[in-house]
Design a protein around this ligand. Structure first.
Ligand code: PLP
Length: 402
């Protein structure tokens, strides 16, 4: 069939592909340990659900302004003032169907053919595919396991050319869990600002930072280059609200207005009931966020310890998000399991554990394991992974160079 050429530049999200296969097996009655999912296993906080019930009961079920109701945009402003000390006006905020649409709007509004957009790898695939959908060219600066997937300002700045339109930073990063250091961010922001380059910050995992770290991405960018910064985030991960589709972009009011034109011609407002839930999430008690964070931290520490007890798994302990990104390339061999894609496939088929292969993040040799699931299931999952590797090794299907 004759599809538009832009469709040949993008592929199905690999995380969704793994989820679909795991779901298929589950429906066949297989006990799948799903470590592929990029979403919290916790329920949405009660007071948030209550706000949604109340909205439904009050028939708050009609169109709203396309950019979202004023009260929700004000709630975003208040949250960012409390969390980061920045002052944002409602006309600088647009409410979107998750951080994904916030990023998509931004890409469509700012990028065009001939533009280069720098980001860092391993990356969350939609960041790069959205750049391509906007007919711009992604320029990937690789980060490395050896130094904790640190985003190095010098390497990002070296990638700038006269065609660079924007730099997209994702911190905490999916899939590596790495946090950008404020010093690096300042250096990048100053270089971008001096050249009129946009900074787009995807801070979807902003609430999931485990250790004491200076990580005020929003504060730094607003202080250094507010007129060329767009912040994209969502209630999805912080408040266990992935299915509700509540995100936002914060930027100069002109950019927000353009995003609203785009959104007005495509999806219009996000679900009206979700908007009321979003207000409750952002303005209500934040104890659930702290509880979830503590639980994720315990899981991170436990899973990291279980996995790396086997020296064949090399794995950075991440500072944020809820993923581990183990390196398994040394286990792969031409005569046996050849790629992390094959590894993930075999893992699902043989021991019913779903993980996401590194190829999906342009990082063959790795896989992504989500610890957004109960500690019992995580223990079971890691046990299965380790025994799978053991079995493969004894049957001569894995390299044993390590
Ligand atoms: C880095 C990153 N950005 C954005 C998103 C999109 O989040 P949302 O579900 O709010 O659209 C995700 C979701 O996995 C993500 O990992």
């Amino acid at each position: 069939m004759n599809f538009a050429s832009r469709m040949s530049r993008v592929t199905v999200s690999p995380t969704l592909r793994v989820a679909a296969e795991a779901d298929r097996l589950r429906r066949q009655g297989v006990d799948v340990v799903d470590l592929g999912a990029g979403e919290p296993d916790f329920g949405t906080p009660e007071h948030v659900k209550n706000a949604a019930h109340a909205a439904l009961d009050a028939n708050f079920t009609k169109y709203t302004p396309s950019a979202g109701v004023l009260e929700l945009r004000e709630a975003v402003c208040q949250r960012y003032r409390l969390d980061y000390g920045v002052h944002v006006k409602p006309e600088e905020v647009i409410i979107t169907a998750g951080a994904k649409q916030a990023l998509y709007n931004t890409a469509m509004v700012l990028f065009e053919p001939g533009d280069e957009v720098i980001t860092h790898g391993p990356f969350w695939p939609s960041i790069v595919d959205q750049i391509k959908l906007a007919d711009a060219k992604p320029v990937i600066v690789q980060t490395h396991m050896e130094d904790g997937f640190k985003i190095k300002a010098g390497e990002i700045i070296d990638a700038i050319t006269p065609r660079t339109k924007a730099i997209v930073i994702n911190s905490p990063c999916n899939p590596t869990g790495a946090l950008i250091a404020e010093d690096d961010l300042i250096a990048i922001a100053d270089a971008a600002s001096a050249r009129g380059i946009w900074m787009v910050a995807d801070v979807t995992y902003e609430k999931l930072v485990y250790d004491v770290a200076s990580h005020n991405v929003v504060g730094v960018l607003f202080e250094r280059m507010r007129d060329r910064t767009v912040i994209c985030s969502a209630a999805s991960k912080a408040y266990a609200m992935t299915g509700w589709r509540c995100g936002w972009a914060i930027g100069p009011k002109e950019v927000t207005a353009q995003s609203n034109v785009l959104q007005g011609h495509s999806t219009s407002n996000i679900n009206s009931i979700t908007q009321k839930a979003g207000i409750a999430a952002l303005t209500g008690p934040q104890d659930d966020v702290a509880k979830m964070l503590n639980e994720y931290r315990e899981r991170r520490d436990a899973v990291h310890a279980w996995l790396t007890a086997d020296p064949r798994f090399v794995c950075v302990k991440p500072g944020g998000a809820f993923y581990l990104f183990p390196y398994i390339a040394d286990l792969l061999s031409p005569g046996g399991i050849k790629s992390s894609g094959e590894f993930a496939e075999a893992l699902l088929k043989e021991v019913a554990v779903a993980v996401t292969p590194g190829e999906g993040f342009d990082s063959p040799g790795f896989f992504r394991l989500s610890y957004a699931t109960s500690i019992e299931r995580l223990e079971e999952g890691v046990d299965r992974i380790r025994s799978f590797v053991q079995k493969l090794e004894s049957s001569g299907k894995l390299a044993t160079t390590r």
